[in-house]
Design a protein around this ligand. Structure first.
Ligand SMILES: Nc1ncnc2c1ncn2[C@@H]1O[C@H](COP(=O)(O)OP(=O)(O)OP(=O)(O)O)[C@@H](O)[C@H]1O
Ligand SMILES: [Mg+2]
Length: 427
C-alpha cells in the first residue's frame, strides 16, 4: 500500500467512527433532496467547518441542497414540515469513548506517521468536544452557546468567516462597524432556519445583512470572507430577498403591479408568460391576506397592508434567503402580532432561511430558531441562543398572542432580557 493510500485508509477508519461510509464496493446512491428524512426545526449551533470551501475551489460538486431544480421555481412541491423538536449539543461522553476506542483499536496498527496523524485528529476532536462543553441549557429551556460551537450537518447557506467591516478606511472618518464576526448557517433542506439579530443600536446588525446581500453601498468586507451557498458574495442576487423597514412599494403601481414587479424584472431568466406571472402574483396576494385589494394603490392601504405588499413582492420570487430589517417596527402592536402570525405561516411554505433584525426581544424569541446577540459597536457576535419551540410554549395551533402571554414564554423572555442587558455592559 502506498503512503498516500495508507494515510487515506487511516483517515477513513478514523472518520468512519463518526460517518457511515458505504462499503468500498458499494454504490453511493444519489441523494434526493425531496426524500430526505424529516428535518428538525432548530438547527444545531454552527461551527466554521473544514468542508466549507467554495465548490470551485474544492473541485467537488456542491451539495444537492444547493441544486434546487429550476422546475421547482418558484413554488416547490409540498415538502416535509419542520419538526418541532430542538437539537441539543451531541453527547460528549460518546465522543470521549470514541476517542478512547480509537486509541485501543488503531494504535496497534499505526506506524509513527500514522500515529502523528491520529494524534492531530484526536486533538481536533477534543477541541470540538471542549467547545460543545460551553453550550448549556438554561432553566427556561433556552440553549446558550458561544458563537462557534459545532460543525454543521448540512452544507452552509451563509458563511461569515472572521468578517470585519471598516467604513471609510484610511480617512479621518474611518469607522469599524463589525469586528471578526464568524458564523455559519446550515442549509437545512426543505426547512430553512429563522435567525434573529439583536444588539444595541449602531452595533452593525444592518451592516451584517447588507454584506450578505452584497449591496454596493456597503461594499465587500474589509477583512474575512462571506460565502452564500459556498460562493463569495459579489452582489445582490435573486436567491436573496429583502423586506425593508419602511414600506417599499412603488406608489404609482397597484398592489398587483407591485407584486408582479420582481417577476417582470426577471422575465427573461424565469421565462414566465404574462398570465403565469399574474397568476403567481395573485396567489401570493391571497396568501398575504390581500385578496380583493389587488387594484388598490399603496396610499389606499393601511400600514399593515402595505407591509403585506412588501412581503408578497419579496416572496413571489421564492428567494432562498430572506432578510427583514425591523420589518414591523412602524406597525402598532396588534398589527405587529398579526404580521408575526403571517410570517410564521408563510415561512413554513417558502422554506427559506430568514434573517430578521428586531429591537423587540419578544418578537425575536417568538419568531426565531436562533438568536445572535451582538455587542455594542464595533459589533462582535457575542453569543447565540437556540430557542426550542417547547421552551417558549410555541405549540401548534396557538396564536402569537397566546404563546407570548404564557408563563413559559415570559420566563424565557426574562432570561433573554437579562442576557441582553449583560451584553450592553460589554465593550
Ligand atoms: N455606509 C456607511 N458609511 C459609514 N458608516 C456607516 C455606513 N453604514 C453604517 N455605518 C455605521 O456603522 C455602524 C453600524 O451601522 P448599522 O446600521 O449596521 O447598525 P445597526 O445595528 O443596524 O443599528 P440600528 O439598530 O440603529 O439600525 C453605525 O455607526 C453606522 O453609522
Ligand atoms: Mg439597522
Amino acid at each position: 500500500m502506498s503512503q498516500n493510500n495508507k494515510q487515506q485508509s487511516i483517515w477513513r477508519k478514523f472518520a468512519s467512527l463518526f460517518i457511515n461510509f458505504p462499503e468500498e464496493n458499494e454504490e453511493t446512491a444519489p441523494v434526493d433532496s425531496k426524500n430526505r428524512p424529516a428535518q428538525r426545526k432548530v438547527a444545531p449551533p454552527a461551527r466554521a467547518g473544514k468542508n466549507s470551501e467554495p465548490a470551485s475551489e474544492t473541485g467537488h460538486e456542491p451539495k444537492d441542497a444547493f441544486k434546487r431544480p429550476e422546475a421547482d421555481f418558484p413554488f416547490p412541491g409540498k415538502k416535509a414540515k419542520p419538526q418541532v423538536s430542538a437539537k441539543v449539543a451531541p453527547e460528549k461522553t460518546d465522543n470521549v469513548s470514541k476517542i478512547r476506542d480509537l486509541d485501543d483499536d488503531r494504535k496497534k496498527e499505526a506506524n509513527d506517521d500514522d500515529e502523528e496523524m491520529l494524534h492531530t485528529a484526536k486533538q481536533e476532536f477534543k477541541e470540538e468536544a471542549r467547545e460543545l462543553d460551553q453550550c448549556f441549557t438554561s432553566p427556561a429551556g433556552l440553549i446558550h452557546c458561544p458563537p462557534i460551537a459545532e460543525k454543521p450537518e448540512y452544507a452552509p447557506i451563509v458563511s461569515f468567516k472572521n468578517v470585519t467591516k471598516i467604513f471609510n478606511k484610511g480617512t479621518p472618518n474611518e469607522f469599524c462597524a463589525i469586528e471578526n464576526v464568524s458564523f455559519e448557517i446550515e442549509d437545512l433542506p426543505d426547512v430553512g432556519e429563522f435567525i434573529a439579530l439583536v444588539g444595541p443600536s449602531g452595533c452593525g446588525k444592518s451592516t451584517v445583512l447588507n454584506l450578505i446581500q452584497g449591496f454596493q453601498e456597503v461594499g465587500p468586507p474589509t477583512l474575512g470572507q462571506i460565502l452564500v451557498r459556498n460562493r463569495p458574495v459579489k452582489g445582490p442576487g435573486r436567491d436573496r430577498g429583502m423586506i425593508f423597514q419602511k414600506y417599499s412599494s412603488f406608489p404609482h403601481l397597484t398592489v398587483l403591479e407591485n407584486v408582479k414587479f420582481g417577476l417582470e424584472l426577471n422575465r427573461e431568466a424565469l421565462g414566465f408568460s404574462d398570465k403565469t406571472m399574474t397568476n403567481l402574483a395573485m396567489e401570493m396576494i391571497k396568501k398575504v391576506g390581500l385578496a380583493g385589494h389587488e387594484d388598490k394603490y399603496p396610499y389606499q392601504l393601511s400600514g399593515g397592508q402595505q407591509q403585506r405588499v412588501a412581503i408578497a413582492r419579496t416572496l413571489v420570487l421564492k428567494p432562498r434567503i430572506i432578510f427583514m430589517d425591523e420589518p414591523f417596527s412602524a406597525l402598532d402592536e396588534p398589527t405587529r402580532i398579526e404580521m408575526q402570525q403571517l410570517i410564521t405561516d408563510l415561512w413554513h411554505e417558502v422554506e427559506a432561511t430568514v434573517f430578521i433584525i428586531t429591537h423587540s426581544l419578544a418578537e425575536a424569541l417568538y419568531l426565531s430558531d436562533r438568536i445572535f446577540m451582538f455587542t455594542p459597536s464595533p459589533g462582535r457576535l457575542n453569543k447565540q441562543i437556540m430557542i426550542p419551540p417547547e421552551a417558549i410554549g410555541k405549540l401548534p395551533g396557538l396564536s402569537p398572542l397566546q404563546v407570548q402571554e404564557s408563563p413559559k414564554f415570559k420566563q424565557a423572555l426574562k432570561e433573554l432580557t437579562d442576557e441582553f442587558l449583560k451584553i450592553g455592559e460589554i465593550n
